[in-house]
Design a protein around this ligand. Structure first.
Ligand SMILES: NC(=O)c1ccc[n+]([C@@H]2O[C@H](COP(=O)([O-])OP(=O)(O)OC[C@H]3O[C@@H](n4cnc5c(N)ncnc54)[C@H](OP(=O)(O)O)[C@@H]3O)[C@@H](O)[C@H]2O)c1
Length: 230
């Protein structure tokens, strides 16, 4: 395949493997120490990708929070925060969402060919809408990001997006943070959905690091030969 960015998946889960509760409102899984770690990782990336459900339900800003990290990026000639990327089929996005309004970095929306016009109507003034094909594949999306200069991509969920990167063998590294709580409700979204994953009982992923961060723990997995320990 063509070149693609080094791709790092980042996700927080409950002990029983859920990304969120089944209720309205975002379930807090992370803690301050981990949020700071995520901020540091964001600062090393060229782009951050989340799925459209996450844009709608969590309304994330996806910015580098720490001023010194932002200034260090700007001193290197980079935007203060990475570009933001989302993917959608239905194109039901609101240009007032924080994804579009927060920060000055580039915003990219990949959507299926059938809904490009609709997406441009809705968010064309706030983002670059890219025809991602029919269907949008993460392989094509990753290649397109690479062609736009993205060399290091952070994927921050949700589960549908993580599942596609993992099953397509497009992930180089996984940062899985386990929070000390149970959700206990199968209506809640899981870290991944069904699929054929390259890592299974016959091919186990390599655990590269375990890092306690107050009451959560970071499990860092090396998923490709491109993995680099920093
Ligand atoms: N704990 C964490 O670290 C974390 C991080 C992020 C999110 N979350 C949680 O995860 C949940 C959302 O996860 P999710 O799995 O439901 O959704 P998601 O992955 O955020 O977004 C899925 C949506 O992305 C679009 N999409 C995905 N693949 C596509 C493709 N190949 N082509 C076109 N569009 C595509 C579709 O958007 P349309 O519907 O617009 O067509 C799809 O409905 C929320 O509860 C959120 O709070 C947790």
């Amino acid at each position: 395949m063509a070149d693609r960015p080094y791709t790092l998946l980042s996700c927080g889960i409950s002990i029983d493997g859920y990304l969120d509760s089944a209720e309205d409102g975002r379930l807090l899984l992370s803690n301050e120490a981990d949020l700071d770690r995520v901020d540091a990782v964001r600062a090393t990336c060229d782009a951050i990708l989340v799925g459209a459900v996450t844009v709608r339900s969590d309304n994330p800003r996806l910015l580098v929070r720490d001023r010194a990290r932002r200034e260090e990026r700007v001193a290197r000639g980079l935007p203060a925060s990475p570009a933001k990327v989302t993917v959608t089929c239905r194109a039901k996005l609101d240009a007032c969402a924080s994804f579009f309004t927060a920060g000055d970095s580039e915003k990219l929306v990949y959507c299926t060919s059938a809904t490009v016009a609709q997406a441009r109507d809705r968010v064309g003034s706030a983002a670059t809408v890219v025809d991602g094909g029919e269907p949008v594949t993460m392989a094509r999306l990753a290649e397109d990001l690479y062609s736009r200069g993205v060399r290091r991509l952070m994927v921050e969920g949700g589960g549908m997006v993580h599942t596609q990167f993992l099953t397509a063998g497009l992930a180089d590294e996984l940062h899985l943070v386990v929070a000390p709580l149970f959700v206990g409700d199968s209506r809640a979204p899981r870290f991944v959905g069904d699929g054929r994953f390259p890592w299974n009982p016959d091919r186990r992923a390599r655990l590269a690091e375990v890092r306690p961060l107050d009451d959560v723990v970071l499990l860092r997995y090396a998923l490709s030969s491109r993995f680099r320990m920093d």
